[in-house]
Design a protein around this ligand. Sequence first.
Ligand code: NAD
Length: 482
Amino acid sequence: MSERVPITVAYGDGIGPEIMEATLRILDSANAKIQPEVIEIGEKVYERGVSAGIEEGSWESLRRTKVFLKAPITTPQGGGFKSLNVTVRKTLGLFANVRPCTSYSPFVATRHPGMDVVIVRENEEDLYAGIEHRQTDEVYQCIKIVSQPGSEKIIRYAFEYAKQNGRKKVSCFTKDNIMKLTDGLFHRLFDEIGAEYPNIEKDHWIIDIGAARLADTPNIFDVIVTLNLYGDIISDIAAQITGSVGLGGSANIGGACAMFEAIHGSAPPLAGKNVANPSGLLLGAVMMLVHIGQPEEAEAVHNAWLKTLEDGVHTQDIFNQGVSSKLVGTKEFADAVIARLGQRPTTLKPVDYDKSSRSSLTLPPLKQRPRAVKDTVGIDVFLHWAGVCADDIADKIKGSAGEDFDLIMITNRGVKVWPGGVPETGCADHWRCRFMAKGGKTDHARIVGLLGRIDEAGIDFIKTEHLCTFDGQPGYSLGQGQ
Ligand code: NAD
């Protein structure tokens, strides 16, 4: 027997221990060559005052095994606690969240029989970078970070995943009609990288109509790649419309490490009752077996599980009079899957994993891109100002422009209010004054001089953004109405 692969396992909270026990028993019966190492996470760790929900010592196991099979945890209510999932994802660089959403009609009720969509969600950046500030009495901001390497990695991953899994199409969801720089970058890289995969069909959807079509006509999609926030939302919608979020597993993949789990949480009301459905975690574990190069074992477990569903052996959450034949608990469901190892479903489509691939999906190195020529051409200065009239601010701040800058525009919440504002525009106490450099270029010293003059004029500035061009192209958006 070949060597067992060490994996880090956490039993989690609520129904976690029961569904993990069921999952590991099935893997063991399928002769999966794994060596679980148990770490403690979640409620008990939080209660010991560890705000991250994971002990320092547990990172050693995670960083050594590089594979984490995680049961759900209960997130404590109230402030001060950090999301364990976000911490693990970011610390281990798990940039891709992969969530297959499949319907199992007629055995699990759904309006979308035949649905088989994989959502590939960027996992580290976007609004989830967690950079938030309160800037004025009335205004709070959350910064949306979209990087070229981060976007390239997730888009490349989606195409490589499609190629490895025999998927025909990759769809990209963005909102680049509004966010032309951030979402525009993601769309542009999708087109650029997609061109390297001529055998895979590609299309792009604006997120709102894309999400609507996903909820209404999911069968037109195959693999969807998108940014973090959109992906978070649409992956729950997609899982729900298959018939049950309780059946979904997910993988969080990084360059070195990976984490596998169920989509659902710890369901505290069901804990200790032997009623929870272990399927979500089991399907996460199946993805793990593929990742560690055990596709035969993954296929055996997956097909035995499909056969169990097909035979109507169902836990309470998916039990359906007339369709289900036997109501079982967590343990008995695991027994039923084990009894069917070696069998394949006959009505549902059996899975066939690629046996030629013995290793997890590896990405080519990021593209080498030349550094652009960057010129600073102006600055946006944001003010905290309780007045209502943009002309008053313009009168007060114009003089600060001095000999180096021209004040060309003031916006409020992105809309131009000076010059030529209209009284109907609603304004908050947060104003952006755009200064462009006389002569086209400026530098830090002149910007510091400008800020000094604004300060001397008694104006409360609360942040600045440099306006730069990259190879002559503006790296900033226009004001709405400019
Ligand atoms: P939940 O997913 O735990 O449960 C919602 C409901 O769905 C349950 O009451 C139950 O009726 C059903 N359900 C969920 N999983 C099931 C299963 N395997 N079998 C049968 N029925 C199942 O969501 P929640 O109640 O909002 O959250 C409970 C706790 O889980 C919270 O503390 C939350 O923060 C945490 N949570 C953790 C994770 C994670 O660790 N990845 C994810 C989501 C929520």
